[in-house]
Write a protein that binds this ligand. Sequence first.
Ligand code: GDP
Length: 316
Amino acid sequence: MSTKQNIRNIAIIAHVDHGKTTLVDSIFSQTGVFRDNQQMDARVLDSNPQERERGITIFSKNAAAVYEGCKINIVDTPGHADFGGEVERILKMVDGVLLLVDAFEGPMPQTKFVLRKALELNLKPIVVINKIDRPQADPVKVHDQVLDLFIALGADEDQLEFPYIFTSAKNGVAKLSMDDDDQDMSLLLDMIVREMPAPESSDEEGFQMLVTSLDYSEYLGKIAIGRIQRGRVKPGDPLVVVTPEGVVAKGNAVKVFTFDKTQRIEVKEAGAGDIIAMSGIAGVNVGQTLAAALKPEALESFEISKPTLSMLFSVN
Ligand code: GDP
């Protein structure tokens, strides 16, 4: 195992409406990843029409920012408790979470639900207290409420020393203390690069990836999303789908994508530690391992809860 020092894989977790989408927009509009004359025509995380229609996140949307030579993959999580199983799977792809909390409302049920999962999985948290511009906001009190929540959830000493940052995603403002002058979102990116662990993965040969979620495109068919655990993959590679019971399907990778800003971009090859999307393997399902045909070894999977299963069947 080695760590990929130039990659950070993180998820944003929050109660609905606490500002996930606005925060990601703000990161992208402020950190030079968009050219000056380039306007964003849609909000980053809400890009799925079906999702917009329902007003909740169905598929997780990924984005990536390159900041000071480090690629930060930002994974969205569903803002709705019904998708508990999906949250858990997504959290298995990342090493840290941004826990986003409204500076007026404080922690809400979904905050608690996802934080519990994140702590159980030993993910590194950074607490982002957002909407500090709201007239009735009490950011310092909310920080204390978050600390109480960590204690109530049985966080260990390391977890209790979580780094935190105050933001107004709407105004593109960030600061480490409410007494500080306003800074921009690069303060948050600095914190992510410094505090979040780099992913552990293996450069050994023999591509291996646990499939965390699926997407579907009329043109490409089934698309498998996950973090590469071992090796590299490129279009054309012969792959197998492995479970603890053995190989259940075969196929060749057709297209391989990584995330760039808010889009999937096609790449010639992707390596260990990165989060990718891949088409070509019709027989794969969530929780199964995609592996090089020459090294058909399964990764440890996770339980798939019933709501998640029915959800997958209804959308595919
Ligand atoms: P999400 O559901 O977590 O993705 O939340 P959104 O990003 O869609 O934000 C929900 C609402 O809160 C929207 O009306 C935003 O404009 C608003 N909002 C987000 N960030 C801020 C902020 O920093 N200050 C204020 N006052 N409103 C914000």
